[in-house]
Design a protein around this ligand. Structure first.
Ligand SMILES: Nc1ncnc2c1ncn2[C@@H]1O[C@H](COP(=O)(O)OP(=O)(O)O)[C@@H](O)[C@H]1O
Ligand SMILES: [Mg+2]
Length: 143
């Protein structure tokens, strides 16, 4: 199967739940387990929250989410035109967070990495950040 969606929304935190649900509804057209669907939705939440909270940090901007299906693989791309990340390998380390907020555990990238098959983070300071993740789903339906 080949299919895609592309949506964009302002960086309001209420849109995080929408993005999560939209990605889940899109991926649900595949043979997919409840657990795989939950993994994808959680990863989307983390990426979109990062774009809103870190990328735009309180300022208004546009977050774009693209979801693509090729065969049994789901690819999700979340991008912002926010502040960017100076040191991507450092930012991706477990427990690393630049914010002191108790709600930020520094585990967002680690969650994306463990729940998805691949994670790529491209970022430039002052230009923005693009997070691309893929997951092959439905292996348990094969026989
Ligand atoms: N879209 C983004 N724009 C700018 N900085 C980001 C973005 N996503 C992540 N970061 C940086 O990477 C760090 C780690 O992100 P993450 O693992 O999700 O932890 P947390 O969100 O809890 O801080 C953030 O604290 C922030 O410094
Ligand atoms: Mg985060």
């Amino acid at each position: 199967m080949e299919n895609y969606i592309k949506i964009e929304f302002p960086s309001k935190s209420c849109n995080e739940a929408f993005a999560r649900a939209a990605a889940g509804a899109f991926a649900a057209q595949l043979d997919i387990t409840v657990e795989e669907l939950a993994d994808i939705k959680t990863s989307v939440s983390e990426a979109v929250t990062n774009a809103i909270i870190h990328g735009y940090s309180g300022m208004r901007g546009i977050v774009e989410m693209r979801c693509k299906i090729s065969g049994q693989t789901v690819e999700i791309v979340v991008s912002d035109k926010g502040c960017g990340i100076a040191d991507v390998p450092l930012a991706m380390q477990p427990l690393y967070s630049d914010s002191k907020d108790d709600e930020r555990s520094g585990m967002g990238f680690t969650v994306m990495q463990s729940f998805m098959d691949t994670l790529k983070v491209e970022s430039e300071v002052g230009v923005g950040t693009t997070v691309t993740m893929t997951k092959k789903v439905g292996a348990s339906f094969e026989n």
